[in-house]
Design a protein around this ligand. Structure first.
Ligand code: LLP
Length: 429
């Protein structure tokens, strides 16, 4: 089901007309659908139900506490990568035994806090980090659990090299061929019990074969480690499931599950715990960024649509050449989009560079993009912006970040107020 639909020429989020909503909250606004968010979470749980995995929502993808809380209430654990994200996980009421903590640069304070909080697993990224966490746990008189993050050396075939993580030359995890030595050296530590493996191959991954290769390698490694006398009772297979930005429809979780579940059936049956860490695939299609057209401008033969948002609020087009469908929130009957790709072939469109107010040439949301005619004051929606949108937004050019709004049926609620200029300077002496 799509929760972002055009009815009588007006974009609705669930049953809320977007233009009315944004008249109330102002623009730019990130607008999320509760039903879309929870729908994706439940779809994932359903697809992988045979493995009954611990689902650890990747907070980094969309961190608003209200959304984290909805997911925690639905039974989600959290994938965190910093003390700040652990703080959010706590505030959201997460069951902390369902928290996994990854990241190559965990500080001593962050580690101590996570041990104190009783998180589920530290995902261990290096030998030096293992030694540090173990010694902090020892000093605290505590035990913690660790999952060795292996780097399976699998090409995830992501569209952009900046989001590839599972190849050998990446900074994440340890090479899979070093894993056995790692266990020999650290696998008997009493304060940091190394009883799990973790991997994350990249993001977004639109094909299933990299998961197949990576999980197979991990299972082979688990067999070897067992023969060496170690226990590996949990396997975290990371996140990275795709979201189809072009049509706004994610590939079904069932497509991934069809490949992954059979591989892990025996591991699960023998008492192993499976962990997954999706972020984007839950949040991306649960949110849009709505902005107002400030000016139209001709530059040579180019038409520019200048918005009150840009790279400071959604950096993905600039940083990853990412595609986000952009369409006015009100259109005539000829321009009601069903599928995003087809919509861009409709008659009466004009190619536009959709840009923001930031003083950088790289400040654009789309280049040469076919759009229905818009006028100053119109609202446009940037689709599939729920993940890696607001959480990567900045104050660049001292512009406030957008308001965040959650829609539930025909109701909407501000879940993060718009920043003021005073908010921007609040921490400066
Ligand atoms: N687990 C680990 C260890 C990760 O590093 C990530 C994402 C995830 C899980 C969640 O991946 P997801 O399911 O969301 O694909 N800013 C980029 C994406 C960076 C992903 C970083 N790691 C973007 O906008 O495309």
């Amino acid at each position: 089901i799509d929760f972002f639909t055009y009815r009588d020429g007006r974009l609705h989020v669930e049953d809320c007309p977007v233009d009315g909503l944004v008249e109330a909250t102002g623009s730019p606004a990130y607008v999320y659908s509760k039903a879309a968010l929870l729908g994706r979470f439940n779809e994932l749980r359903e697809a992988f139900s045979e493995l009954d995995p611990i689902i650890c929502y990747s907070i980094k993808s969309c961190s608003n506490l209200n959304l984290c809380r909805l997911l925690a209430e639905a039974g989600s654990g959290m994938d965190v990568v910093s003390g700040g994200e652990l703080h959010r996980a706590k505030l959201a009421g997460t069951d902390l035994t369902k928290v996994v903590y990854a990241g190559v640069g965990k500080t001593d304070d962050e580690i101590a806090d996570a041990i104190e909080s009783g998180i589920g697993w530290f995902n261990i990224e290096s030998e030096a980090e293992f030694e540090n966490i173990a010694s902090i746990a020892k000093r605290m008189g505590r035990t913690a659990r660790g999952a060795l993050r292996i780097n399976p050396d699998v090409d995830p075939e992501t569209p952009h090299e900046k989001t590839t993580t599972g190849k050998k030359e990446s900074k994440f995890g340890v090479d899979i061929d070093r894993a056995r030595r790692f266990f020999e050296r650290y696998g008997r530590d009493e304060h940091l019990r190394l009883t799990a493996l973790h991997l994350h191959i990249g993001s977004p991954v639109y094909v299933t074969s990299p998961y197949e290769r990576a999980v197979t390698k991990a299972l082979e490694l688990i067999e070897v480690l067992k023969k060496d006398g170690f226990t590996v009772d949990a396997l975290d297979i990371g996140g990275g499931y795709g979201t189809d930005y072009v049509s706004g429809q994610s590939p079904a979780y069932a497509d991934y599950a069809r490949v992954i579940v059979p591989l892990l059936r025996d591991f699960r049956a023998s008492g192993g715990t499976v962990i997954v860490e999706p972020g984007r695939s839950i949040a991306a299609n649960a949110g849009i960024l709505v902005a107002r057209v400030q000016y139209l401008k001709q530059g040579g033969r180019k038409k520019f649509v200048i918005l009150d948002t840009g790279m400071h609020h959604l950096i993905r087009p600039t940083l990853y050449d990412a595609f986000h469908f952009i369409w006015p929130t009100r259109v005539g009957p000829d321009h009601e989009p069903k599928e995003h790709l087809e919509a861009m072939d409709m008659p009466g469109l004009e190619p536009c560079d959709v840009v923001g107010p930031i003083c950088e040439t790289g400040d654009y949301l789309a280049l040469g993009r076919p759009m229905p005619p818009v006028a100053r004051g119109d609202l446009v929606a940037v689709f599939s912006a729920g993940a890696y949108g607001m959480c990567m937004a900045s104050h660049y050019n001292s512009l406030p970040r957008p308001v965040e709004v959650l829609v539930d049926g025909s109701e909407h609620r501000v879940i993060r107020r718009r920043e003021t200029y005073d908010d921007i300077v609040a921490l400066e002496s």
